[in-house]
Each structure stands twice: as C-alpha cells, then as structure tokens.
Design a protein around this ligand. Structure first.
Ligand code: 8YV
Length: 331
C-alpha cells in the first residue's frame, strides 16, 4: 500500500499554477475563501499537517507549535518573519523558510515611489482634484520638496535598503546616508554611494528618510517623539518595513506640529486597522501593505515558498531556511 502523502495547509491563496506543483507532492488543504483564518480554525486545520504555507497574517508561536505536534515545515510567503517565533520552531525541530531576494527590487521601487509621493505631495494633489477643490494655478500650489539632489536617509541597510540607496545615488544624484546594526564593508558602501552615520545624525540630516529595517521587539516604537523631533520640518518619513517600528501616536503629533513635513506609510501597527488620526492628516500618503505587490514578484514569492516545501519533503535542503541548523541537526 502506498504511504499516505504528506499534508500541507495553504493558509492564504496563491497563484493556481504555483500551487499545482504543491498538489503534485502534497495533500493540499487550501483556504479557498482567502480570509484570514481565525486562530481556533488555524489550529484545527493544522492538525495532522506536516507543513504549512503562510503569510504575514498567520502567527506561529510556541502555543501553536505545541498544539500542532506533527507540523515540521513552516514556509512563509514573506521576507519578514516577525510573525514567527523562529527560536520556538528551532527548539521543536520545525524548519522555517521565508522569501528573500525575489521581492527586493519591487519593494525598493515602491519605497522610492512612496517617498516621492510624500515629497511632491501627490496624494494631497489627487485628493484636492477629485474633491473638486482645484480652482486655479498658483505658484506655490502644493509646492513640496525636491527629491533629486536631496539627502536620502535609510534606516536598515539590508538588501532592500541597498536597492533603495542605488536608486537614490545612481538615478537621482542623492547623497545617501544610512544607519544599520552593522556597517557595510567599504566596497558595498561605495557601490551604493552610502555614508554611515549615527541614528541621531540620520534623523537630523535626512531630507527623505526611509525605514527598511526588520521588525523585532528591540525596535518596537524605535521611531518615537524623540527621534521625530530631530527631523527637519521639510523632511519626509517613509515606512515600508513594519508598523510597530513607528509610534503612530507620536507620528501623528509630530506631523501636526510640522516636523517631519510628511509621512508615507505602507505598514501600520494594527493593520488592516489604521490609526484614524493618520487618515485625517493632509500630509500623509497611506497604502495597504502593497510594497511587494506586483504580479511578477508575488508569483515569485509564492513559487519560492513552494520550492522550499518541495525541497523539504523530498529531503533536499530548502533554498532559504531561517534555521538551517534544524536540518543539519537531523542529518
Ligand atoms: C508581504 C512583506 O506582502 O515580505 C514581507 O515581509 O511584508 C510583504 O512582502 C506580506 O508580508 C505578506 O506575507
């Protein structure tokens, strides 16, 4: 008798052609309606599953792992993994994979676009026009801040940070300054045209500051009243990382006080809920966590998540494991 196929929960929809490859090896339990599974249903649907393919909306923690002892592989369709307790997975021999690299350029494009939208007041302009409030040309109508030649600040200089730096340096002639846990080597700094500064200098000197650092409890509300007060009144703050990095109430107060001049946010602390005060401010550009959302990139992310699961189930090393030590321990 053939041994039963391993079972996988696909917690959110993904392109059918990508999922077809999963169907070839696994019994797939797909969350067809694509609504975020309430926690009890997630736990229930994970029973008897060897693997799960999740997104940022599913939280994998010790409690869940203990309730789902057969779970061995967690494949998240995201580069960020703050929704997964990786040490708890490692301790229980659960392999975790994510989807780095494939989203770098699309996310950098979007971060740059958001920053430009805030600097050049595009959302304000569009809202004015659509609301029928555009009456005449005037020399300072929605006059904003230049992007070209302005100082680009980047907090978190990983793959996406470097891709944003390249855009600013090579495309827009921007002096680039950055702060990161560890300084880049000189060759990489030269290639992206970036100069290392302290965190306080970054906030004080940047004309346009973009947050691209990974979220962890250590950086919770890192951007609060104190940091924001260092920013120039003409500066913009863009966040394509995680909402929890910014103290949103402090940001609202800072934007009301005019320092920084504008903010562009793709991520929010309680998303999909958005702090209502942010919605009422004219100097915000707000988007629903779509920085990686191009068809090509989202398909590549799903494909990488599937490739990781197919490798794991066939005993091959996954392409992008977050805790490869679990596999090394087993071999
Ligand atoms: C995802 C992201 O869209 O990859 C990440 O970390 O934030 C986004 O690209 C989101 O996490 C869905 O999984």
């Amino acid at each position: 008798m053939a041994s039963p196929r391993p079972a996988v929960l696909v917690a959110r929809q993904a392109p059918a052609a990508v999922l077809a490859r999963l169907h070839a090896e696994f019994d797939v339990d797909l969350n067809e309606p694509d609504v975020v599974l309430p926690r009890p249903e997630l736990l229930q649907r994970l029973q008897g599953k060897l693997a799960c393919m999740i997104t940022g909306s599913e939280r994998i923690d010790a409690e869940l792992l203990d309730a789902c002892p057969e779970l061995r592989f967690v494949s998240t369709v995201s580069v960020g993994f703050n929704h997964i307790d990786v040490p708890a997975c490692t301790a229980r021999g659960v392999v975790v994979t994510n989807t780095p690299d494939v989203l770098t350029e699309s996310t950098a494009d979007f971060g740059f676009a958001l920053m430009m939208a805030a600097a050049r007041r595009m959302s304000e302009g569009e809202r004015m026009l659509r609301d029928g409030r555009w009456q005449r040309w005037s020399w300072d109508l929605l006059a904003g801040a230049d992007v070209h030649g302005a100082t680009l600040g980047i907090l978190g200089m990983g793959r996406i940070g470097q891709a944003i730096a390249r855009r600013g340096h090579h495309g827009f002639g921007m002096p680039v300054i950055y702060h990161n846990r560890s300084r880049l080597d000189a060759a990489t700094e030269a290639a992206v045209g970036a100069r290392y500064v302290s965190q306080d200098e970054l906030f004080a000197e940047a004309d346009h500051l973009i947050l691209v650092l990974p979220y962890s409890p250590a950086v919770h509300h890192l951007v609060g009243a104190q940091q924001l007060a260092l920013m120039k009144p003409t500066a913009t703050l863009t966040n394509v990382a995680r909402g929890g990095i910014v103290d949103e109430n402090a940001l609202v107060a800072a934007l009301r006080a005019g320092r920084p001049g504008a903010a562009a946010l793709d991520v929010f602390e309680g998303e999909p809920q958005v702090n209502p005060a942010l919605l009422t401010l004219p100097n915000t550009v707000l988007t629903p966590h779509i920085a990686s959302a191009t068809i090509k990139t989202r398909t590549a992310m799903a494909a990488l998540a599937v490739d990781n699961l197919l490798a794991l189930v066939s005993g091959r090393p996954p392409l992008t494991a977050l805790n490869p030590e679990v596999i090394e321990r087993q071999t």
